[in-house]
Write a protein that binds this ligand. Structure first.
Ligand code: ZN
Length: 468
């Protein structure tokens, strides 16, 4: 009996403590496997002349584990199935958002908390109707049903959306639908382009859709565009060190309990393109988001839970490709993303019918420090020249296609040389089944240790917030 009473007291204490959680931050690095995190840490250490790690914010969280990410239909998940698992705790088929494999509707933890009166915010560096944020509010069989997803967004009642715009705000051709931004306004949202615009509209704003200013949009991708890559000079107001405190304050001013999901959406894009330098910079930006939530945690340690994880790994990023050395600091020679370099090379072939090797060499010198800090072996030089000759012959037509973006063979080989010299390896242009890290701090954080499944995370978060 004594033992029973003791257990009862313990249970009551633990329930009392978990009942205190009022602020939940759920951070998802898209494509961020353990090596993406470690690469960023070891890169920073190498810049300081050290072999080792300069710790990121996320790896300083006291509890950590790993999660498997396979989906219901595939050994290797896509972002829709992984997002659904992280948002709802249920596996589904690749390509599906917020529905089981049988088509039954799933409810995300964001929707559950909203129903209990919490404020809810979703923040990303990609479109706000892209798979990861959409997994928290949409129920569609196909992740690219963007118009349908955007319609559902307006009906969520969520308080804050931040990121690039909507992929497809206009109604599908041949239909008499409405513009989705107008539709969102009809449902009580204020649309702001940039923080300055949001501040001007502050007095009348109840629920906010904060998208990037027009001039900042990276339109090289179709649709809403993304944020520009960090390595290409993302404006400060779109960096997470600025955006995260803004989102937190917005929610805090309006709600005494809130849930904020933050996605590092472009780590995945960088790794699909095997761009090690861009991937590291995106991971560091995402870690600034973790840093901002940690600052909040230190002000409210008894009421906050922070969970950081990834939806899957992308690229099969490896640290080491030949001997027992790493040379990650070599990546600092890359001064733009692979896609900007690709555009420059493509434009050269467009502008000049027959560009010379010297012109190509000048671009590689400026953008990758080739021949000027980055020395090339005879084979590397020969590979580049062969790709150049091939491009001249094909009149600049792109002989190589990577997911999300066409990249010329010449560009691919050039950035590949730099990654190889840095001793960074890649096994895929797609996602992999590698386990992803899980980090946590705060009330209920002790649940996030050990080897888990991606479907375990949402129920654990909900458990920490449950009212008893
Ligand atoms: Zn991806």
């Amino acid at each position: 009996m004594k033992r029973f009473l003791y257990l009862l007291v313990c249970l009551c204490i633990s329930l009392y403590v978990s009942a205190e959680v009022k602020y939940v931050f759920y951070l998802i690095g898209d494509g961020m496997g353990a090596n993406q995190v470690l690469a960023a840490e070891m890169y920073l250490a190498e810049l300081d002349g050290q072999i080792g790690r300069k710790q990121l914010n996320m790896t300083q969280l006291p509890y950590s584990g790993q999660a498997a990410t396979f989906s219901k239909s595939n050994g290797i998940t896509d972002s829709a199935a992984a997002g659904t698992a992280l948002a709802t705790g249920s596996k589904t088929n690749n390509g599906t958002l917020g529905l089981t494999a049988d088509g039954d509707t799933l409810t995300s933890i964001a929707e559950k908390l909203k129903a209990q009166g919490w404020g809810v915010g979703l923040l990303t560096t990609v479109a706000i109707d892209h798979a990861t944020p959409a997994a928290f509010y949409a129920n569609v069989k196909k992740r690219d049903s963007y118009y349908e997803i955007g319609t559902q967004l307006a009906l969520t009642g969520f308080d804050f959306f931040g990121g690039a715009g909507l992929h497809r705000p206009a109604p599908p051709e041949g239909t008499t639908g409405f513009n989705l931004y107008d539709y969102a306004e009809e449902h009580g949202y204020t649309i702001a382009r940039g923080i300055e615009d949001a501040e001007l509209k502050r007095a009348e704003t109840k629920k906010l859709i904060l998208i990037q200013p027009n001039e900042a949009i990276d339109r090289r991708k179709k649709g809403s565009g993304n944020f520009p890559y960090m390595i290409d000079g993302r404006p400060e107001e779109l960096q997470y060190k600025t955006l995260t405190p803004y989102a937190i304050n917005f929610l805090k001013e309006r709600h005494d309990r809130f849930f904020l999901m933050i996605e590092g959406g472009m780590i995945d894009y960088a790794c699909h393109g095997r761009d090690g330098a861009a991937a590291i910079q995106e991971t560091l930006d995402f870690d600034d988001a973790v840093g901002a939530t940690l600052a909040f945690y230190h002000e409210h340690p008894d009421e906050t839970l922070i969970v950081v994880t990834a939806d899957h790994e992308t690229g099969g990023m490896a640290l080491g490709n030949s001997d027992y050395t790493l040379n990650l600091k070599h990546l600092q020679h890359q001064h733009c993303s692979k896609w900007v370099l690709n555009d420059e090379l493509t434009n050269l072939f467009k502008d000049k019918k027959k560009p010379t090797w010297q012109q190509v060499r000048a671009i590689l010198e400026e953008r990758l420090d080739f021949y000027n800090g980055v020395e090339l072996s005879d084979k590397e030089e020969a590979d580049l020249k062969a790709a150049f000759q091939k491009a001249v012959k094909s009149k600049g037509k792109r002989p190589y296609k990577a997911m999300y973006k066409n990249v010329d063979a010449l560009c691919n080989i050039a950035v590949g040389i730099l990654d190889r010299q840095a001793k960074v390896g890649w096994t895929s242009y797609s996602h992999t089944a590698s386990a992803v890290p899980v980090f946590a701090i705060g009330q209920g954080a002790e649940q996030f240790t050990g080897w888990m499944d991606n479907t375990d995370i949402a129920p654990k978060i909900l458990n920490a917030t449950a009212e008893h």
